[in-house]
Ligand binder design. Structure first.
Ligand code: PHE
Length: 447
């Protein structure tokens, strides 16, 4: 049997998985979704979904990954012993990785551009209209956002080239905790702005009448996106987990950290947005205008701004790494490419679609189909369709297709861990998860 790399330590697994989970999904996408879906109502539904569906699904992906020690395509084949329709789920995951990486690197490029802007002190002394105009000028620039996007992809390929333990694990371990600290500092600043309480009310006082089918499906999509589940990234990472790791506690830690950072991002952005008179449903520009404004109001704002965008770039990088890793694991194991070739090929194909997504974010919106930008099409196709479908089949596979003794053996590390709570988790995987995902998903199709 070929020797596969493993994560070096328990902390390494949590940090690498958290590295995948924490990213633009938390700091950029969560506030946009919460802003569009009623704030507090969205938050409540989001937390319920992350806990009841997200966590068991994450554990399911770890089970498939560690059991098969394979990329998502090979994983289903290895466990099922032959080609079953489940192999398609693996292919769907690799496709999702391409599509997500394509539009994700659009915003990733912006973070790089904004790191440059903060370095050059572009926000100094600017008022809100000026900062908003800067954002529009940046996304409308003919080549700058594309150059930033390509640079980001190249950085990602460069780390992935170096492999699992040395590249991915080492970086995540140092940088994730630092991100948490700076988010906390930002929260405190945002909360002391005049009028901040209105933003807190928006985020924490749920108006239950706002919980609609659309909120449910948005929360489901957001939790899948934010936790990196439903597309095989965590099957891939699960395949690097050591046999004696406690997968359940690792998953719980990651879900906790991911939700915490999303809520913190909300606590930074909404009070500040209300304080500056920015609409919570401002969409794409929400984070990129609110945050520079917060820094403006702070002592040492220049330094904090720089540090924040640096950490955001890094948090984003650990997510793009996990996306490209899905593609690379599939290309090296299924098509026998070298790691180097696979990384550059994956990045190149992504770049082609990604550039279209970036162009479609220009304010003149030259690339849209039926009024929806390429960016939004890619986002919706993955978060609202491919990931929930992938997640549905993953829980069905673990809950119903795999032998119960095998699943329990993975959950309990061959019987060395207590089985009571793990039996309950398996029940949730078998019944609650598929039912809930199917109901939410079908209700969306009907609508
Ligand atoms: N979870 C990442 C984020 O929140 C995005 C991502 C999705 C990464 C799917 C990997 C796989 O930013």
């Amino acid at each position: 049997m070929k020797q596969r790399e493993n994560f070096g330590s328990k902390l390494g697994i949590i940090m690498a998985t958290a590295g995948s989970a924490l990213g633009l999904g938390n700091i950029y996408r969560f506030p946009v979704e919460a802003g569009n879906n009623g704030g507090g109502a969205f938050l409540i539904v989001y937390i319920a979904v992350a806990l009841l569906i997200g966590t068991p699904l994450m554990i399911s992906e770890f089970i498939i990954g560690r059991r098969s020690r394979s990329n998502p395509i090979g994983a289903f084949r290895t466990i099922a012993g032959r080609r079953t329709p489940f192999t398609l789920v693996g292919w769907g995951g690799v496709l999702s990785a391409f599509l997500i990486l394509a539009f994700y690197t659009t915003v990733a490029g912006w973070t790089l551009g904004y790191l440059g802007k903060s370095l050059l002190n572009h926000f100094d002394g600017q008022d809100l209209p000026q900062i908003q105009a800067q954002f529009t000028a940046f996304v409308d620039h003919p080549w700058l956002p594309i150059a930033c996007q390509l640079a980001f992809l190249a950085m990602t390929a460069f780390v992935v080239l170096r492999g699992v333990a040395k590249g991915i694990e080492r970086w995540s371990k140092i940088l994730m905790p630092l991100l948490l600290v700076i988010m906390l500092v930002l929260c405190i600043k945002s909360l002391t702005l005049p009028g901040a309480s209105e933003g807190m009310r928006f985020l924490f006082h749920p108006d239950f009448s706002k919980i609609t089918g659309k909120v449910l499906i948005s929360a489901l999509g957001q939790s899948f996106f934010s936790l990196s589940i439903g597309m095989g990234a965590l099957i891939t990472y699960g395949s690097y987990i050591a046999k004696n790791d406690n997968m359940v506690s690792s998953a719980v830690s990651v879900v906790f950290a991911d939700t915490l950072v999303a809520v913190l991002a909300g606590i930074v952005i909404f009070p500040a947005a209300f304080s500056f008179g920015i609409k919570p449903e401002a969409g794409a520009s929400l984070a990129f205008t609110t945050l520079p404004m917060v820094f403006q109001q702070m002592h040492g704002g220049y330094l904090f701004c720089l540090l924040f965008f640096l950490l955001l770039v890094i948090a984003t990088l650990t997510s793009t790494i996990s996306l490209l890793e899905v593609i690379v694991a599939a290309l090296t194991e299924e098509f026998h490419l070298t790691r180097g070739k696979a990384a550059w090929l994956g990045a190149a194909v992504t770049a082609v679609i990604g550039i279209l997504a970036t162009i479609s974010m220009r304010s003149s919106n030259p690339l849209s189909i039926g009024g929806t930008s390429v960016f939004d099409i890619l986002d919706h196709a993955t978060a609202l369709y491919l990931m929930p479908l992938g997640g549905l089949f993953i829980v069905l596979f673990v809950g119903w297709y795999m032998k119960k003794t095998d699943t329990m053996a993975e959950l309990t590390n061959e019987g060395t861990l207590r089985s009571g709570i793990r039996k309950a988790i398996l029940l949730v995987i078998r019944y609650l998860c598929p039912l809930a995902i199917a109901v939410i998903f079908i209700s969306q199709l009907i609508k």
